[in-house]
Design a protein around this ligand. Structure first.
Ligand SMILES: [Zn+2]
Length: 181
């Protein structure tokens, strides 16, 4: 069963998110991810980590090879996805509990499936402008949650409807169809 999620709908983890403590005090044991208290992580070795373990919502931890990269300023790293791909980002599906690379999760980019001139494309661009958001990821996050409109976006559509902006409402519904595949 292939899923139809968009990159923009998924939470993602970067080496920075978990490695930030590295130039300061490395905390032994389990860390809780900032802003996501359902995600915990730890390393095999604090001084020279080679593996990162991540557990979502108390599920069996996933193990990722951690490959540090020397940079002029600071430290960077890759995760190795289970498929072997060296990833800068590992994605979590909405209400999922496994981090994987974009390919393994079969994620598409919204802007690659949306023609900016289509009705669905226009609604994204317009919503972006209206919300004064810097990027479509933030925008999509506010539009969809798990294939449905967020409450916030439903309210926004209600206002559009009242204001006679039917094309936005139509476009949003076309977009939802697209996201659900
Ligand atoms: Zn992968």
């Amino acid at each position: 069963m292939g899923n139809k999620y968009l990159v923009e709908e998924c939470f993602f983890l970067t080496p920075r998110d978990v490695g930030r403590r590295f130039d300061r005090i490395r905390k032994l044991g389990t860390n809780i991810l900032e802003g996501r208290d359902d995600i915990s992580y730890w390393f095999d070795d604090m001084s020279e980590p080679t593996c990162l373990f991540v557990s979502v919502d108390g599920h069996e931890p996933q193990k990722f090879i951690w490959e540090p990269v020397e940079l002029t300023f600071g430290e960077a790293a890759y995760f190795h996805c289970g498929c072997g791909y060296k990833a800068r980002k590992l994605y979590l599906l909405p209400s999922g509990n496994e981090f994987k690379c974009r390919k393994c999760h079969n994620l598409r980019y919204a802007l690659s499936v949306l023609n900016s001139k289509s009705i669905a494309g226009r609604v994204i661009y317009r919503a972006n402008r209206l919300h004064k958001l810097a990027n479509s990821r933030a925008c999509m996050g506010r539009i969809f949650y798990d294939g449905n409109f967020t409450k916030r976006f439903e309210r926004f559509l209600g206002l559009c409807d009242k204001a006679g902006l039917e094309d936005i409402v139509r476009g949003a519904n076309a977009l939802k169809e697209l996201v659900r595949g």
